[in-house]
Design a protein around this ligand. Structure first.
Ligand code: SF4
Length: 255
């Protein structure tokens, strides 16, 4: 039941992405779970539910905590490398992974106890004040708090700060050294080991000459052999046609 659900609650907002079914239930269309709700029921994510004959989000402006991280910790190795990101998440999740590292918040039913109030403009201003180039909605799947996430992204954009949404599932998988090797053998170019200390598995190698173009130790960047136009500094191979690969610091600034 949406036991604390009320449209009078400052953290509860109406949503648009749902439709009514022939049997009187309402189907949330935000994610593939397609929860079909009767009055007073919550969806699998727990933060969306049916109140007063509409589907609402009950966690708008509620964050489960903030942290300033290196962008490489997200893990994003090809996006504003070397920059800081302000990370936050909310309670609840539409996934039910048995290996979840954030189970305490993703499956929490204690939203009040775990949440801080943080409206979008406050988050964007904090990121700017802390020198973060981006804000990451992370720890749980941000699609469940879609309305909040979009407003945070808009507030950040207005200040020239990028918004990072969890990236997609394949991009946020963190391979073991063995699965990284298999992925490389099957032709993937940029695969990074995650959650273990693996210096070689954290480096970006040129697909042309094999040289190390970005050296990392955990999340600290060492050698940096990438040119300003995203080419290998040794052989000139274009690493990727992505704006995200453009360095935010020159090699001289790093050394
Ligand atoms: S966002 Fe939540 S309520 Fe909506 S379909 Fe997904 S799990 Fe269900």
């Amino acid at each position: 039941m949406v036991d604390d659900g009320s449209l009078d609650d400052r953290y509860t907002v109406s949503t648009r992405h749902w439709h009514r079914l022939g049997d009187g239930r309402m189907q949330c269309d935000v994610c593939p779970r397609a929860c079909r709700l009767r009055e007073g029921q919550r969806g699998l994510c727990f933060v969306r539910g049916r109140v007063d004959d509409q589907v609402v989000l009950t966690s708008y402006g509620r964050s489960s905590g903030f942290c300033v991280d290196p962008i490489e910790k997200k893990p994003l190795n090809h996006f504003l490398p070397g920059s800081s990101v302000l990370s936050f998440g909310t309670a609840g999740c539409n996934l039910a992974c048995r290996f979840c590292q954030n189970w305490g918040i993703s499956k929490s039913r204690e939203i009040d106890r775990l949440s801080d109030a943080a409206m979008p403009e406050v988050i964007a201003a904090a990121a700017e004040r802390l020198g973060c180039r981006s804000v990451a909605m992370t720890y749980n799947d941000p699609v469940i708090f879609l309305e909040y996430a979009l407003d945070v992204a808009d507030a950040c954009r207005a200040r020239g700060i990028k918004a990072v949404a969890g990236c997609s599932f394949p991009a946020t998988m963190t391979p073991t050294p063995r699965s990284r090797r298999i992925a490389l053998e099957h032709g993937l170019r940029y695969v990074y080991t995650g959650n273990v200390h693996d210096a070689n598995g954290s480096r970006t190698h040129c697909p042309g000459c094999g040289a190390t173009v970005v050296e990392r130790d955990w999340y600290v960047i060492g050698r940096y052999e990438l040119t300003a136009d995203a080419c290998c500094g040794r052989c000139g191979t274009l690493m990727r046609r992505s704006r995200g690969l453009r360095p935010v610091r020159t090699r001289r600034e790093i050394t």
